[in-house]
Design a protein around this ligand. Sequence first.
Ligand code: HEM
Length: 472
Amino acid sequence: MTAPTASTTATTTTTTHRTARAAGALPLVGHVPALFRHPLPFLRSLADQGDLVELRLGPQRAMMVCTPDLFHHVLTDTRHFDKGGPLFDKLRWFLGDGLGSTPHDVHRRQRRQLQPAFRPEAFTRYLPVMLEEVTATAAGWADGRVIAVEDHAYRLIARIITRTMFSADRSSTAVARIAAVYPDFHHGIGRQMRSPSRLFDRLPTRANRRFRQACRTVNEVVDGAIEGRRRGDGGDHDLLTLMVGEGLTDREMRDQIVTMLTGGIGTSASALGWALHFLSLDEELADAVAREARAILPARLRQAVPGSATPAGAIPAGVTLADVTRLDLARRVVAETLRFYPSAWFYSRTVTEPVELAGEHLRPGTAVLLSPYLLHHRPDLYPDPERFDVDRWSPARAAELPRRAYVPFGTGSRKCIGDVYSLTELTLAVAVITSRWRLEPPPGPLPAHLVEPRPWTVIHPAPLRLRLRSRP
Ligand code: HEM
């Protein structure tokens, strides 16, 4: 076992930092078992050991940043730290040259090309779709039923993103196909990230076959949408049209769309699952969210039943981004959920040129690990961090939070392009669903609070089954 060693050294940033080697490294494998078997408690244990903590991932050295200022420093010093690292390398083949994976020199141009799809003006087209889909989901449930929450969340979020990015209409087969295969697609990516060798991914297991089929379907749907758009079918202001206008090749467009689907569905779906879980544990909070939603959202959004208030083509209108901002409590639920279980809980950078960080000399190729989960659970930054507490986000208390301590969407030039998009859809989903349904833990052997976090590509709430009770 490696004993933790602490030293105080000057750094490239202006403060001094403690550096350390993480305790508990095993011979040969180092910290891999701890990180893979019990990642969340392991991450929580690191901040006490140092500000920059060295881990051993087999033969590789990796540096985990444990303070908000080092986290910010690594993500904003694009000269020395670029996309890369052990987990990222496993996804690279699959994401191609999409926005999330290209090196910094290419990234700037791509980001400028795609940014217009996420400007506030675009939300006048996205909001009606988000509302229509959330309303239809909530209207499709039946009183007393127990639902597998994450499945519904995946379908809902996949439908919203497919429709907004390709302008597909509600009854489009593209939307239905993406929504149907997305769980296999997402879980397949998670398995690939955890698998020790790509050889395992090629074995003819049922899970691998399903993943390959899901990849084929996603590619077919995306390629079909691109072909259609080149012929001039459908859509006028969506991401596809934007990319055609920017002169992207088919391959480039496919990489960008697959990146949006990969980055935008699992993240938001797991967050929605957790938000509904936390609400199911706190009846008073859920009632307050429901009251707020009823006061702000038009009644027809809550009462719609499939085939009547939201017939195909009739999109609920009249709700603006300003209304979403007024859903203050729902927004706090979402903010606290993303603090507690930030979907993108663990990622990395690689050192591109020799650099000093917190007094440590890092050679090119060194992996630097980043975890919003670790920062969000530091008791010195968030008192009583294991408590789900929406009051942290009241204006007075939020103003007291240490700078740069809340980073569910990252920071710097690679900050999530879909941050406002996902906060909007999640707030609406929490408000509309809670205004219509009380979700409660079903009777059974597993106490509700024991819903186990499964930190794979995102932190999944599994198993999460909730019983629906209609609100009068
Ligand atoms: C709760 C929801 C979400 C969370 C927590 C989240 C989190 C993140 C984080 C932390 C990053 C930065 C990763 C890094 O620096 O390496 C990121 C990047 C990205 N996200 Fe999200 N995301 C969410 C939703 C979305 C949505 C809805 C979309 C698309 C519609 C999206 C698309 C992307 C893309 C394309 C990038 C790469 C940006 C770049 O490198 O310029 N994300 N996301």
